[in-house]
Ligand binder design. Structure first.
Ligand code: URA
Length: 277
């Protein structure tokens, strides 16, 4: 979003019913308006779905509440809103949310793991467009023997469907069960990309789990359950998408957010901005 989603702060305050635009300017001059905790400047732009704006200490919400959810999708569910063949969709798992949310991108029917849902079309666009370079991380249980050369080639670039693609990061995880597990980060959104990369390497895919989208982690959210993203997570998604807007960011590392702990993954425990009180 960036430019498209940014609005002048006086306009934002006016549309939220706080004050007329002129009066909003007065409030700003008087230092009564804060943006993410710092004093607002006249004429500055804010992102209504990501920035926290307060007037006299009270948070101002945009007219249209935005909702951001993280779902641990079980296998067997379609990541669409409806299906002509009446198959189960992820929306049937999102009960108790009155806003109409939709999935951000897709996760194969047989895959499981982190699926974001929102009614914020701009964030959806940012997260699903490869030029914005938001990395999705997968853990793949593969059928086949550990071969570090394959990982190196995935990193340097392999040809899939006639096009060179490379993983942003890839590594084998320590063996824990009967099958090898690969952790792969990719920013491209091509259909079945991770499965195709594994097929290129000669691996069968036993299980595909998405563990991260940008800095949002699946954590220990139980399968089939959802939670609200925290405002900090929403902001991080926007920031990350904007930072990589031109694909200029360097290679990521799987531990780029190693210091972050999943933030209270209990369902509904962290109201997002759309559920501000
Ligand atoms: N890559 C795949 O192969 N499947 C997904 O669902 C996502 C990425």
């Amino acid at each position: 979003m960036g430019a498209e989603n940014e609005v002048r702060i006086s306009r934002f305050l006016a549309s939220a019913g706080v004050a007329s635009r002129r009066h909003a300017d007065l409030l700003i001059e008087q230092g009564r308006v804060l943006v993410n905790g710092r004093r607002a400047r006249l004429g500055e732009k804010v992102r209504p779905s990501a920035d926290k704006v307060t007037v006299d200490g009270r948070e101002v919400t945009a007219e249209e509440p935005r909702v951001y959810l993280a779902l641990n999708k079980p296998p067997g569910y379609l990541s669409t809103c409806s299906d002509p063949f009446s198959r189960r969709t992820v929306l049937s798992l999102v009960r108790g949310v009155k806003e109409r949310v939709f999935p951000v991108g897709r996760l194969d029917q047989d895959a499981d793991g982190l699926l974001l849902l929102t009614n914020d079309g701009e964030l959806t666009y940012l997260l699903t467009h490869p030029k914005h370079h938001v990395i999705k991380e997968y853990v793949v249980e593969v059928i086949g023997d550990r071969d570090e050369r394959k990982v190196k080639e995935m990193l340097s670039g392999i040809i899939i469907d006639g096009r060179k693609v490379s993983a942003d990061y890839a590594e084998f995880l320590p063996l824990k069960g009967p099958r090898e597990r690969l952790r792969i980060g990719v920013h491209e959104g091509e259909k079945h990309l991770v499965k195709k990369m594994c097929a290129w390497a000669g691996y069968g895919v036993y299980r595909l789990t998405r563990t991260k989208v940008g800095r949002v982690s699946l954590g220990d959210l139980p399968m089939g359950k959802w939670r609200h993203l925290t405002p900090a997570e929403v902001k991080a998604l926007y920031d990350e998408a904007m930072a990589g807007k031109d694909g200029t960011r360097g290679k990521a590392s799987p531990n780029h957010d190693a210091k972050r702990r999943p933030e209270n993954p209990a369902q509904g425990a962290n109201p997002g901005r759309g559920a501000r009180r």
